[in-house]
Design a protein around this ligand. Structure first.
Ligand SMILES: [Zn+2]
Length: 342
């Protein structure tokens, strides 16, 4: 009975296998530990008749030896197979694999920078609808019907209702702000605008503007100039020169175009500035009293200035981009160059 059990355990030991540390531990528990089947054979010693004790003891010791030899063999096997599986192991000192991350679009980055500059001198942000009515886009801004200035800002209308159009400038947002708020007003309106223009390197039917408005008592042209001097130097660098050229806009009087010294040639004259040393960045002026009155603001008491710039124009000057279409073509080779703007 006992010898049958011993033979069975011997066969089991001979057939035992271990490929992983877990299997090795299972073997140790079954054949080596105190509670193992071999341990149990020793415990059985006391029930063996005295005359058989010697022989039984020899057999059990033999099983114990077999179990231990097999254990050593299995340890070696598990160690070597473990090495084959994982090789020399990972080198933790190597730099990690980096995943390509996206970047901010140059127009978004430019808009953020413009907003940041004006926010620091007390301007807040305002938004309005891209689909506007005639009043907010033209009439309130002193564009009388059939006025030639409407021609300059031809846009997209719907046939059924010519009162509805895609806004041609973000000045419409300023009208909405003036209608709803009381001075002092100091606001910046960035956004997308639309014009009926053929797409070329210098014009597009969709582009972005940022307009500023300051209405309060005693706002003067000197305030306007100082604000734009500050902006130009913050945006393009301390060496930047600014000049104002008289101009016409229906909604401002007097009106002026804003030029800055050419970033490329530093004012000496080149292709970008067409030899003049100056490039235009936008328009500006004192808000026409009619516009203030149209929006319910007393023009006897309050004055204001307004300015507007194309975000594409600013980005093109800042990063020396020579084709407006690049902004909307989604060419990854173009966009990748602005990854550092994050
Ligand atoms: Zn130049």
């Amino acid at each position: 009975m006992q010898s049958q059990k011993i033979d069975q355990i011997k066969a089991e030991i001979a057939a035992a296998n271990a490929e992983t540390p877990e299997e090795l531990e299972a073997y140790r528990m079954r054949f080596i530990s105190k509670k193992s089947v071999v341990g149990a054979l020793f415990a059985d010693m006391k029930s063996i008749p005295n005359e058989q004790k010697k022989e039984y003891g020899q057999q059990v010791n033999e099983v114990k030896q077999l179990a231990e030899e097999k254990f050593k063999q299995l340890i070696e096997e598990v160690n070597t197979s473990g090495q084959q599986r994982t090789g020399p192991g990972p080198d933790l000192s190597l730099p990690p694999t980096t995943w390509p991350v996206g970047g901010i679009h140059p127009l978004t980055a430019t808009r953020q920078r413009i907003v940041e500059i004006f926010e620091r001198i007390g301007f807040n942000l305002s938004e309005g609808p891209e689909i506007e009515d005639d009043w907010h886009n033209f009439t309130a801004l002193n564009f009388p019907e059939n006025h030639p200035a409407r021609e300059m800002q031809d846009t997209f209308f719907i046939e059924k209702d010519p009162d509805i159009a895609l806004r041609t400038h973000t000045s419409s947002v300023q009208v909405r702000v003036m209608e709803n708020e009381k001075p002092p007003i100091r606001t910046l309106s960035p956004g997308r605008v639309f014009r009926n223009e053929a797409i070329s390197a210098r014009a597009h039917c969709i582009f972005h503007q940022v307009e500023g408005l300051y209405v309060d008592e005693n706002v003067s042209f000197a305030n306007l100039k100082q604000t734009l001097y500050h902006f130009a130097k913050e945006m393009f660098g301390k060496q930047t020169q600014v000049r104002f050229r008289p101009s016409f806009f229906p909604f401002t009087e007097p009106s002026a175009e804003i030029d800055i010294s050419c970033q490329l040639c530093g004012g000496k004259g080149c292709n970008i500035c067409k030899g003049t040393g100056w490039v235009e960045i936008g328009g500006s002026g004192m808000v026409d009293p009619n516009v203030l009155e149209n929006c319910g603001i007393n023009s006897e008491k309050y004055t204001g200035f307004a300015f507007g710039m194309g975000i594409e124009r600013i980005a093109m000057l800042k990063y020396q981009i020579n084709d407006l279409r690049l902004f909307t073509e989604n060419d990854i080779r173009f966009l990748q160059q602005f990854r550092g703007l994050l």
